[in-house]
Each structure stands twice: as C-alpha cells, then as structure tokens.
Design a protein around this ligand. Structure first.
Ligand code: SF4
Ligand code: SF4
Length: 145
C-alpha cells in the first residue's frame, strides 16, 4: 500500500535524499567534467601534413570542407600543387569521417567542447597555404575528387 505523506514530510524526505545521494550533475562552469578519451570536440587541421588530396572534401557528409588547389609549374620545370583547405565548422556534425579518410593524419579532434561563437565567420577554420610536390600528392587534376 502506498504511503501517504504530508507536504512537510515530503519536503523533509527530499532534503534528506539531496544531502545523502550524489548529484547527477555538476555545477558547470564552476565544476567541469573531463570528456571521454575519444570525444570529438574542436577539429584540428595540420596544413604541414596535408597533401591537398581532397579525400576529406569528398567524404564529408555535411559539405563542410572545401579543398582549393591548382597545379603550377616552377621555373625549373617541375610541378607542384598549391592551395589551401577551408572548413565551415558551423555545419560540422562531428562525425569524424574526415579524420578517418585523411591518409596523412592532418585532421584530428581535440576534447574541447565549448565552441559557441557570436558570429558565423568565427567558425571558419583552415586557410593556411599548402604547397606539395607533384609526386607527393596522391590525386590527379586541379579539382578535388
Ligand atoms: S567531422 Fe564530419 S561533418 Fe565535420 S568536417 Fe569532418 S567529415 Fe565533415
Ligand atoms: S584528406 Fe587530409 S591530406 Fe587530403 S586534403 Fe584533406 S586534410 Fe589534406
């Protein structure tokens, strides 16, 4: 049979449970929990490792990545790819596919999760210039696959 408690007794019971039981939440942002090891937070792009192959752009399901590149001839007759990679991170769904597709390990994720920005342009990432010797690039043509 269900117990019938007066309002005072219910308040007392609630107070007791709050004092005894561990809270399910923390007082964020004063207290902070560490995200799990494989958490996908802020995306990190390393232009030093990038070969402008375009696989990340091809595989991103949200159309976040744009690989801009062109093939140019140096004075000595050798060719190189030059360009950059742009990420419109306000559309990113943090699926991790780009990091999985990149053969160079140029894309990874930090565990940083406070990513709010007041303006859309602040979500843009990348843009650093990349130069790759032609033999260092594993894709053909000026446009990314
Ligand atoms: S995490 Fe997913 S959605 Fe975000 S840039 Fe990479 S592939 Fe695109
Ligand atoms: S997949 Fe990696 S190496 Fe290729 S363009 Fe993207 S970041 Fe650069």
């Amino acid at each position: 049979m269900a117990r019938k408690l007066g309002i005072g007794a219910m308040a007392m019971e609630l107070m007791q449970s709050l004092l005894v039981e561990k809270p399910a939440t923390v007082l964020y942002p004063v207290e902070r929990l560490e995200p799990p090891e494989r958490f996908r937070g802020r995306l990190r792009y390393d232009p030093e490792s990038c070969t402008l192959c375009g696989l990340c752009q091809r595989d991103c399901p949200a159309g976040v990545i744009n690989v801009v590149r062109k093939r140019v001839e140096r004075e000595d007759g050798t060719k190189k790819l030059t360009g950059h990679v742009e990420f419109e991170m306000d559309r990113c769904i943090f699926c991790g596919q780009c990091a999985h597709s990149c053969r160079q390990g140029a894309i990874s994720f930090t565990r940083e999760f406070e990513l709010a920005q007041p303006r859309r342009e602040l979500f843009m990432l990348g843009g650093s210039s990349v130069d790759v010797d032609e033999e260092g690039c594993d894709s053909d043509g000026d446009s990314a696959p």
